[in-house]
Design a binder for this molecule. Structure first.
Ligand code: SF4
Length: 366
């Protein structure tokens, strides 16, 4: 169900804007119908009251928790079953954050990513995105939502923008606490600015070398790192929210002095922060996580060179922390990585990076 379909249903049942707002607020906060100041019986028109049980049942059926995987860091990975049996992952993060999925699978096809291996299976509707938040709120408060789970939000832009608008209004989440993560689809930079709720932006960069990036994210739009940073910076200055540049550190791939020089050149004077997350090891890849001390040294060097860099660890590493790992395990998806991938590519581990963006287990001291 899409949110505009839900609104239509409410209108057809005799609901006005205030009734619609209350239904959306209660749903997105996982609250019962009578939790407002005025009892539902005296607030809603009779025709809507009669229709509400069926509508509420449909909303409740959008998503249910299939399994819960607590991490040692306080995160909780939720494997969420959608009404048609498809599965997505949501991650409850320390400090009231939630990472949601916007697609089942993903068409970007990063050769290193568990989610990307099966391709795109289907879009996640705006209702299913909000349902992930409602499910999570039954377990904990959620004050921040990051679109860094399974899928590329830019490839499901209408649904994601609809969900963002609801979450930033009736869902009562601060706009800067809604984080849209992309590999850099140019449509994003324009469309997000036109929305009623403008989220913060996270950009998966991972390297300053255009050729390497094309290898790592083979079906990402072909903008160069310079073009991407320029667009992202323009968005950040228009919204007032700094860009979160994502960088998964891979031993021997993007953790060398050449990348440090590239980062200094690329990000000096930009309105953003560089989140560096050491690769979260997954089965079936040849990629390696660099030693923590090496990662610390990179972050220190960048800070000394004037780049706001944060070194973080990914949430829930002990519970299949990589993007799509839980779902893959549940579905018994097993796809071998090409042996050649190691030579040129990195495992960006998108969702694990995302999960740690604002909720560090260990943040580098400065
Ligand atoms: S890393 Fe992100 S963009 Fe790439 S395939 Fe995986 S989910 Fe899609």
């Amino acid at each position: 169900m899409r949110i505009h379909d839900l609104k239509q249903r409410l209108r057809e049942a005799g609901g006005g804007p205030s009734h619609e707002h209350r239904v959306l607020r209660l749903w997105s906060h996982a609250l019962p119908r009578n939790s407002g100041k005025r009892p539902a019986q005296s607030f809603f028109p009779a025709s809507l009251l009669a229709a509400l049980p069926a509508i509420e049942a449909e909303l409740a059926a959008l998503a249910r928790i299939h399994s819960i995987h607590p991490g040692a860091d306080g995160s909780e990975r939720l494997l969420v079953a959608l009404a048609d049996g498809q599965m997505v992952e949501s991650v409850l993060l320390p400090r009231d954050g939630l990472c949601v999925s916007s697609q089942v699978g993903c068409a970007v096809g990063c050769q290193f990513c568990m989610t990307g291996r099966a391709g795109l299976l289907r879009q996640v509707s705006s209702g299913e995105i909000v349902a992930q938040v409602a499910l999570a709120r039954r377990r904990r408060p959620v004050r921040k939502v990051v679109f860094m789970g399974m899928g590329e939000p830019a490839h499901n832009l209408d649904n994601v923008m609809e969900a963002i608008e609801l979450l930033g209004t009736a869902g009562n989440i601060g706009h800067k606490n809604l984080v849209f993560s992309t590999v850099g689809d140019p449509r994003v930079f324009e469309r997000l600015l036109q929305g009623a709720v403008r989220p913060a932006l996270a950009l998966s960069l991972h390297t300053t070398r255009a050729a390497l990036r094309r290898t790592l994210l083979p079906r990402a739009p072909g903008l160069t790192p310079e073009e991407l940073v320029s667009e992202a910076d323009r968005y950040a200055r228009a919204t007032g929210y700094p860009v979160q540049y994502q960088w998964t550190l891979l031993e021997g791939v993007n953790d060398g002095p050449d990348e440090i020089e590239g980062i200094v050149k690329l990000l000096s004077g930009r309105y953003g922060v560089l989140n560096m997350i050491p690769f979260n090891t997954v089965d079936g890849t040849d990629f390696r996580r660099p030693p923590w001390e090496h990662c610390r040294q990179i972050a220190r060097t960048l800070l000394q060179r004037g780049i706001l860099a944060k070194l973080r660890d990914s949430a829930g590493q002990d519970v299949d922390g990589g993007c799509g790992q839980l779902r893959a395990r549940a579905s018994e998806v097993r796809v071998a990585l090409p042996r050649s991938a190691r030579a040129e590519a990195v495992h960006a581990d998108e969702q694990a990076s995302a999960a740690s963006t604002e909720f560090p287990m260990r943040e580098e001291e400065r």
